[in-house]
Design a protein. Sequence first.
Length: 65
Amino acid sequence: MGSAHMKPDGTLELRMSARGPGAIAGEALFILKPDHPRYAGVLDHLGPIEPGGYARVMPFPPGVF
């Protein structure tokens, strides 16, 4: 789960975090340009987002990201 920001050129920045049992924790930043093979699937998962806008990122179904 995390947040997504669409830059003015359409690039998506996804800031993700995950927690597991005990003290397991992870954070990641993913940057996807509009020509990335998974861009359309990620954008569909995020729902409506305009350039300059933000969206909440829910867990991805297997194979989308």
